[in-house]
Design a protein around this ligand. Structure first.
Ligand SMILES: [Zn+2]
Ligand SMILES: [Zn+2]
Length: 208
């Protein structure tokens, strides 16, 4: 049997399995419905994967399907007190363009919409507020799903490694992770560019 099928945006649940509905026709022109669980390109060539991702996004794909085709990226981690740290800049560089495009655009939408939503609330503009709220909510959910799928192997239960902010040019204590905005509970100051006064032989405040 030969079928020509085209995706719809409809997602249905069949026996507990979430599937996407495709409309098709047989060689004899009989209309059929096709329910697809997952899709992936045969080739691992990044150019093919990028084209596949582009075509898949022509109709907004159901979340689980999009996420399931994303390649995972090994997250560069380094041991630290209380866990591991990871370098987000290195992780970003290891991602294929198709993933970077999605994450980057979603991050922009999420921030812009959060800002827009606040301003819409202050200026009492309910139409703009709903638009921004919807965009902020959807982009935050998608961003979370994609980052979890790509960097954490889909595991949102286990404690992730702690972000190292130093590759982003943000001052951070290499031992406890405190920053200018969020210092240690008892207060601290910088004793080295990436070490705060809570540690080691630097505990004593200078006299006078
Ligand atoms: Zn510290
Ligand atoms: Zn500190």
């Amino acid at each position: 049997m030969r079928l020509t099928i085209e995706s719809t945006a409809e997602v249905v649940d069949i026996d507990g399995v979430t599937v996407r509905t495709w409309h098709g026709r047989t060689a004899g022109n009989v209309p059929v419905l096709v329910y697809v669980r997952s899709l992936s390109p045969q080739s691992r060539d990044p150019a093919v994967a990028a084209e596949f991702g582009r075509e898949l996004e022509e109709i907004a794909a159901p979340r689980n399907m999009t996420v399931s085709i994303l390649p995972s990226v090994r997250m560069p981690t380094a041991p630290a007190i209380g866990g591991n740290t990871f370098d987000a800049v290195a992780a970003w560089r290891a991602m294929p363009d198709v993933v970077r495009d999605m994450i980057g655009a979603l991050a922009i939408v999420e921030r812009i919409s959060d800002l827009g939503g606040c301003i819409a609330q202050e200026t009492r503009d309910p139409e703009a507020w709903r638009w921004f709220e919807a965009a902020a909510s959807e982009s935050a959910s998608r961003l979370s799903e994609i980052v979890t799928a790509v960097l954490l192997g889909g595991d949102s239960e286990t404690m992730p490694p702690r972000p190292d902010l130093r590759p982003l040019g943000i001052a951070q204590c290499r031992v406890c992770g405190c920053t200018e905005e969020i210092g240690c509970a008892d207060g601290c100051r910088w004793v080295e560019p990436d070490l705060c006064s809570s540690h080691g032989p630097f505990l004593a405040e200078p006299e006078g």
